[in-house]
Design a protein around this ligand. Structure first.
Ligand code: PLP
Length: 388
């Protein structure tokens, strides 16, 4: 089976892991943790960052560090991985789901503004959501496929209504906004990354928060390390054990040495699938929003024709050809834990998600595998009268 995305561990990963074993620094203290934290801050254009054990915990602690919790609402796009919403639930707040834009697949600021204007009133901490009595405190834009959203538009929306902006940049490490502005310097409150095994840069598992506000990062570190005060067993809050280990950071450091190569490989895979889609009347490449340097974490194409049921046939065809083609994220408003969440109408997300075909996109995918994927796709779409 040609996999969707497997980690590329052919650099210094093994050597740096051996350093951890030799030095016995395998836990949450160690030189790789400090170095990785510095590199994440530098890449994000911030003076500090906090490195954690997952992307989910990064989002959770960014929210909690900003004082968002019980009685609060966070606006989240429905087209995302469930962890975005789970982080809000873990912080004991509630999600308010909104649709994504048809052209970029990311939080639709126009729909968000209309929903906020019609359903909330001014409040000192954000906006009072009349129907729930809860306070909308923040928006959580998601960088779908590693693409870069219109940050100026998102920040203008947040300013207008007194909201925080917590960016789910899980798969968007190395992307920049506009004229190469790093994500943490765009004016948002916090940028959260994941280093799970299927992301462009992996630590095996891991996450990070980068922010301009050094006091926020200090709170996140305190929350992530059991609320410990001083060197003895003194703790001043009920906190978490969410830290990254030196083992994880060792892998992360080796990965970051090759970040530029990884991003170039992702772009070249994207171009191959985009070229394929360009020859079809019913396929389109994933969006390439014009706001910055996109990350192309996942690439592939999506079906734009009139019979979306064909998607199941295409998936079965690819499976039979030995290619791992699964459905993309099932939207949050259709997920059991969020069926009762506050949700706006979803004309884009509801129709879109089953049309999306994420194709194999490992950074070191062999040319022969790429050719196999494209040939199998051509065999299907030629037979379905779809290629121009
Ligand atoms: C991977 C991912 C996460 C979660 O990260 P974990 O490290 O798996 O906890 C959150 N949001 C999005 C959009 C993701 O792709």
């Amino acid at each position: 089976m040609i996999p969707l995305a497997v980690p590329n561990l052919n650099g210094n990963e093994a050597a740096y892991l051996q350093d951890c074993i030799t030095s016995t620094f395998v836990s949450t203290v160690g030189p790789f943790v400090n170095d990785f934290e510095e590199r994440i801050a530098a890449l994000s254009g911030t003076s500090t960052a906090a490195v954690l054990c997952s992307g989910t915990t990064a989002l959770h602690l960014a929210l909690e560090g900003l004082g968002i919790g019980e009685g609060d609402l966070v606006m989240v796009p429905s087209l995302t991985f469930i962890a975005s919403a789970n982080s809000v639930s873990h912080a004991r707040a509630d999600v308010w789901l909104v649709d994504v834009g048809a052209s970029d697949w990311m939080l639709d600021t126009a729909r968000a503004r209309a929903a906020i204007e019609s359903q909330t009133d001014a409040h000192p901490d954000g906006r009072l959501h009349r129907a729930s009595g809860k306070i909308l405190r923040a928006i959580m834009p998601v960088m779908v496929m590693g693409a870069v959203p219109d940050f100026d538009g998102l920040i203008a929306l947040a300013k207008e209504f007194g909201l925080r902006v917590i960016v789910d940049a899980a798969a968007a490490i190395g992307t920049t906004y506009g004229a190469q502005v790093p994500l943490g310097a765009t004016g948002v409150d916090a940028v959260c990354y994941s280093f799970n095994g299927n992301k462009t840069v992996t630590c095996g598992g891991g996450g990070a928060v980068a922010a301009q506000d050094e006091a926020l990062i200090a709170r996140i570190k305190h929350l992530s390390s059991t609320g410990r005060v001083g060197a003895n067993y003194d703790h001043d809050i009920v906190a978490y054990n969410y830290r990254m280990t030196n083992l994880q950071a060792a892998v992360g450091m080796a990965q970051l040495e090759r970040l530029e190569d990884f991003l170039a490989a992702k772009k070249s895979i994207r171009d191959a699938y985009a070229n394929f889609a360009a020859n079809s009347a019913v396929l389109s490449a994933f969006p390439e929003p014009p706001h910055g340097q996109n990350g192309h974490w996942f690439s592939g194409f999506w079906y734009t024709g009139d019979t979306p049921e064909i998607g199941a046939k295409f998936r079965a065809h690819m499976k039979a050809a030995g290619i791992d083609l699964r459905p993309f994220w099932k939207p949050l408003h259709l997920q059991t834990p969020y069926l009762d969440a506050w949700a706006e109408p979803m004309p884009v997300t509801g129709d879109l998600w089953e049309r999306i075909f994420p194709l194999p996109c490992s950074t070191h995918i062999p040319d022969a595998d790429k050719a196999t994927v494209l040939a199998a796709a051509a065999a299907f779409w030629d037979n379905h009268g779809a290629r121009a």
